[in-house]
Design a protein around this ligand. Structure first.
Ligand code: GRF
Length: 208
């Protein structure tokens, strides 16, 4: 399968998925990386490793950057099967959601539906978890719709919140599990091991 990864930041999830495609634990290839920040760590890493980088969306005053229509055309030209958001901080336009039905995933660093939605990104998520007194947190991987963090949940992993955790310590513990969970989910995706329950809930079939 051909994968497109969307990033806005350091891209550690992107790098762990890329490594998994190289070592064979994911039967897929990262065909293209899409970013709204041309100079972010993820985009630099992609360029250094020969992965084409596309700038999206077109900023108001920037001359570079693709329109949604041109991005969809580019993804088609790379024969992209699945889109993986990995720390991509912009909303996905409806046209793109409709062009890739049941094919766009996002990872979020809390147990959705808690601590999700607009405004809950980066370290703010972990600060809010600690402030709430929640004893558990962890990553959620979900399908993407037109809103922030509301699509169907596909996979989650529980991570403890320790009594004296700082937001940074919790973030690091969650991020460690994000890398493992995203690789497992993308492996399942590439092996067609996702099934949809009649009520619309997606499930991962384990390897027999
Ligand atoms: C991760 O915590 C992810 O859950 C969130 O943004 C962060 C991205 O980290 N959506 P990285 O760029 O993959 O290192």
């Amino acid at each position: 399968k051909n994968l497109a990864v969307f990033v806005s930041g350091g891209g550690s999830n992107f790098r762990s998925i890329f490594d998994a495609t190289l070592n064979g634990s994911v039967h897929g290839d990262i065909a293209v990386l899409v970013t709204n920040k041309y100079d972010c760590g993820g985009a630099k890493y992609a360029r250094d490793n020969g992965i084409p980088v596309i700038l999206f969306p077109k900023n108001k005053d920037a001359t570079e950057g693709l329109s949604t229509e041109n991005l969809i055309a580019a993804l088609r030209s790379y024969k992209v099967d699945f889109i993986l958001l990995a720390g991509y901080l912009k909303l996905i336009p409806t046209k793109l959601v409709q062009a890739y039905p049941k094919s766009i995933l996002n990872i979020h660093p809390s147990l959705l539906p808690a601590f999700g939605g607009k405004g809950y990104f980066g370290i703010k998520v972990h600060k809010a978890v600690i402030a709430s007194g929640a004893r558990y947190s962890g990553p959620t991987i979900h399908y993407v719709d037109e809103h922030y963090d509301t699509g169907r949940i596909l996979a989650q992993r529980v991570v403890p919140v320790l009594a004296n955790d700082t937001a940074e310590e919790l973030a690091a513990r969650v991020l460690h599990e994000e890398h493992r969970l995203y690789v497992e989910v993308v492996a399942a995706l590439c092996e067609d091991r996702i099934i949809w329950r009649e009520d619309g809930v997606p499930l991962i079939q384990s390897k027999e």
